[in-house]
Design a protein around this ligand. Structure first.
Ligand code: NOJ
Length: 549
């Protein structure tokens, strides 16, 4: 059962990002749904997931796969009903897990009744719920995010003869947060879902809530003010429920979204993600170290979310132009692999399906400061289909077994085809097969996850770099001091990884630890005791070790 007294559960939690349409079809219509997901909760529990993050589930015309909401208080008909949702939340909580949902605060669908009324007449009370202008000249300093499809953040509306503001697809008009009614409505919507039992929200597109002339219209003070209001509302009424920020920004800008502990509980660490991949191709830790050093401290109860992949393209917004070119050359040699400022591929194909590199990045996912977020299917190394529309190629059906349609659905036609190629196809890559094979990626992922959960230092501990001269080796400490008067001892880990395909030697200054005998908690092997001089290690290609001191 759920421990409702644990108000800081998110610090220790392992998150699992899940696309309902892709997970399990419960009514044989070719689309995954809530009852289907309910039937697979034991699987997630067995994997060791603590909190499921559901991609948008509200009614939507699906121009942006649910990030274009047309009713904030319902469930998309493909997914089921509100009663199905209640049953799902109950099932999740009964297993001691939690669930957060995506909440799209910045914009609605252009089919939302609010927008339909807003454009019906300039005198409509709903008109001012959106951002209008008589010219497309305002806010010129705001960048265009969906570069491949949009040429402006303004779209002309024939009914009103005005332009409306949109940061994403033109079918996603931005809400006007200068209007108090909009602010209040969004709080009411949070309440609606909180009353249904959700444990929190992944808040979409946070930086863009307000617009101001002469700025790039991102991270404005007014946005922080509103976030504080959301947080105060949550704290006052729903203790233990969380808000996770999607703010694809530089570390110092994301840091602001934690406020003084009075804004978000959590925020994704976007910039570190591409650098993990970059480091593998460069054979040096430099870019990882740089971004970690550039990452400010955060309030004690705040937490980063670390991820390797998600439902979008692997974003290259938070790298330099030169680094972006490098990443594209290295990881997206086929033009179709590129999308906007990113790469539409999954974890395993990005790493040439090399188990050593996949496990290495997983090891960093589970030990870097923050809570890890796994993307559905990556635990079995699912492949992608770059020829599908937009980002759909990384949203294909979950591969449960080798039966037709990968055990995902008995329907004749699926929302998208299952991956069926020789390497990543469901016939050879699926949950059933990997569960039966103790050497599989699934087992290694589950093992890392279990080991992580035995040691609170990974979720709550301090972080300190431990850098030997050899730049091919990344090392860092995670440590938790014993709490005063607590029965539990403190704990301290040294994480060591070899970022290259060659064996690497390194020497570490562990003078403070003379006499200690490190233990690799992943495989139970003891390492030589620390002596008086430099501690010399030899790491196999792409090796990773979690050494307990
Ligand atoms: C970020 C989401 O991750 C992405 O999928 C979506 O297209 C945009 N926000 C717009 O809502």
């Amino acid at each position: 059962m759920l421990n409702e007294h644990d108000l800081t559960w998110y610090k220790d939690a392992v998150f699992y990002e899940l696309y309902v349409r892709a997970f399990k079809d419960g009514n044989a219509d070719g689309h995954g749904d809530l009852p289907g997901l309910l039937s697979q909760l034991d699987y997630l529990q067995e994997l060791g997931v603590d909190c499921i993050w559901l991609l948008p589930i509200c009614p939507s015309p699906l121009v942006d796969d649910g990030y274009d909401v047309s009713d904030y208080r319902g469930v998309h008909e493909d997914y089921g009903t509100l009663d199905d949702f209640k049953a799902l939340v109950e099932g999740i909580h009964a297993r001691g897990m939690r669930v957060i949902i995506d909440i799209v605060v910045n914009h609605t669908s252009d089919q939302h009744p609010w927008f339909l009324q807003a454009r019906a007449s300039k005198d409509s009370p709903l008109h001012d719920w959106y951002v209008w202008s008589d010219t497309p000249e305002k806010y010129r300093e705001a960048r265009i995010i969906f570069k491949d499809t949009e040429s402006s953040n303004w779209a002309f509306d024939t009914l009103t003869g005005q332009y409306y503001w949109h940061r994403f697809y033109s079918q996603q008009p931005d809400l006007n947060y200068d209007n108090p009614a909009v602010q209040q409505e969004m709080l009411d919507i949070l309440d609606f879902w909180l009353a249904l039992g959700v444990d929190g929200f992944r808040v979409d597109a946070v930086p863009y809530l307000f617009e101001r002339e002469g700025s790039n219209c991102e991270n404005l003070p007014e946005t922080h003010q509103y976030v504080k209001r959301m947080r105060a509302h949550m704290d006052a009424n729903w203790p233990g429920r969380i808000m996770l920020a999607e703010a694809n920004q530089w570390p110092e800008d994301v840091r602001e979204y934690f406020g003084d502990g009075d804004e978000f509980h959590m925020a994704f660490h976007f910039p570190i993600m591409p650098r993990l991949y970059m480091a593998l191709k460069q054979g040096t830790r430099r870019s990882i170290v740089e971004i970690l050093q550039r990452t400010p401290g955060i309030p004690p109860l705040a937490q980063w979310c670390i991820f390797l992949r998600n439902h979008d393209e692997l974003t290259l917004e938070m790298v330099t132009e030169e680094e972006r070119q490098f990443m594209w050359e290295q990881y997206a040699p086929v033009p179709r692999m590129r999308l906007n400022l990113g790469i539409r591929r999954r974890l395993a194909p990005l790493l040439d399906d090399d188990p050593r590199r996949i496990r290495l990045l997983n090891a960093l996912l589970f030990t870097l400061p923050g809570s890890p977020v796994l993307y559905y299917g990556d635990e079995i190394g699912m492949g992608d289909d770059i020829w599908l529309h937009d980002r759909n190629g990384v949203r294909t059906p979950m591969q449960w077994d080798a039966s037709p349609n990968a055990g995902f659905s008995p329907a004749d036609r699926l929302y998208e085809p299952v991956i069926a190629d020789d390497v990543y196809g469901y016939q050879v890559r699926n949950v059933a097969q990997q569960r039966a094979d103790p050497a599989s990626l699934w087992h290694s992922t589950r093992h890392m996850l279990a080991v992580r959960k035995q040691h609170r230092a990974f979720g709550r501990g301090t972080f300190e770099l431990a850098l030997p001269e050899n730049e091919a080796v990344l090392g860092f400490w995670r440590a938790l001091e014993p709490e005063p008067g607590a029965a539990e001892d403190g704990e301290r880990f040294l994480i060591l990884v070899n970022l290259t395909d060659a064996p690497q030697r390194a020497a570490l200054d562990l003078a403070d630890w003379a006499g200690a005998q490190p233990l690799d908690v992943l495989n139970g092997e003891s390492w030589p005791a620390v002596g008086g001089s430099a501690y010399k290690v030899e790491l196999a290609p792409y090796a990773h070790h979690w050494l307990k001191f």
